[in-house]
Design a protein around this ligand. Structure first.
Ligand code: DGL
Length: 274
């Protein structure tokens, strides 16, 4: 294991900027910690790519974060968590936290009728990552899954309460509503941004599970258990790296994070692949 120290940052990566919704949770839960964020904006989306490509990218992203001396890696992308988490755990000798296990645990704690819905990208749903984890936790659960690919571009465009978002949400979610689920996992980093629309369409009686919140609780637990929790209040500034700077990046990133994004650097893809 590389030299892990309490003062080192937490590494967080996502396929793009959606993982900033997870950063926001970690930032508010763990105010003493600082983080290095990598968003693979040049190669987003991961949700429609093959497993082997997502695994390769996830390994490269983790190697990049290790060069920044991170003490833990949070895979703030449900697609990468679904596809690559085992490979990352086998390859790297440091704590790695994905979205699937914490999100599933929270859903199992919340459900009363044992009927859980899961929404995510095609890759997350097709790989049955949440399904398998939920069944492992309780095999009596009834699980209903639905890919909702258009939610990602709607969030990226900032159409958080637009009528188009309501129409698409109605189309995606009506089958889950009819199936009488009482808990719905938002199995994609972007979906918490659309939670107002999703809640209205699915109904107030359905509890929404934000895997980012669940993962933040787990990050704190692991840091304390591993004696890596930073209690010194001496934290450096957060750093943001991206593989491309798309149009409106800063604007959308600040919308996701709810505060200014400074310390932003673009890296060359060769830095990842070389
Ligand atoms: N970050 C991805 C996820 O949570 C959504 C965007 C993508 O497809 O890469 O699944």
């Amino acid at each position: 294991m590389n030299q892990l120290s309490k003062a080192n940052p937490i590494g967080i990566f996502d396929s793009g900027i959606g993982g900033l919704t997870v950063v926001k949770k970690i930032d508010s839960f763990l105010p003493n910690e600082y983080f290095v964020y990598f968003g693979d904006t040049a190669r987003v989306p991961y949700g429609s790519k093959s497993n082997s490509t997502v695994i390769e990218y996830s390994i490269q992203n983790t190697k990049f974060l290790l060069k920044k001396n991170v003490k833990m890696v949070v895979v703030a992308c449900n697609t990468a968590s679904s596809v690559a988490i085992r490979k990352l755990e086998d390859t790297f000798n440091l704590p790695i936290i994905g979205m699937i296990e914490p999100g599933s645990r929270m859903a199992v704690e919340e459900t009363k009728n044992g009927r859980i819905g899961v929404i995510g990208t095609y890759a997350t749903i097709n790989n049955k990552a949440y399904y398998s984890e939920l069944k492992r936790l309780d095999k009596k659960l009834e699980i209903f899954e639905k890919p909702c690919p258009l939610f990602v571009p709607l969030a990226e465009e900032g159409l958080l309460e637009h009528k188009a978002t309501y129409l698409i949400a109605e189309d995606y979610l009506k089958s889950l509503r009819e199936l009488k689920i009482d808990t719905l996992i938002l199995g994609c980093t972007h979906y918490p941004l659309l939670s107002k629309v999703i809640q209205e369409v699915i109904g107030n009686e359905v509890k929404l599970i934000d895997s980012g919140i669940a993962a933040s609780i787990l990050v704190e637990k692991y840091l304390r258990e591993l004696d890596l929790y930073n209690n010194t209040e001496l934290r450096s500034a957060n750093e943001f790296y991206v593989s491309d700077v798309p149009n409106k990046f800063k604007e959308v990133a600040e919308l996701f994070l709810g505060k200014p994004v400074n310390n932003l650097k673009k890296i060359d893809l060769e830095e990842l692949t070389g």
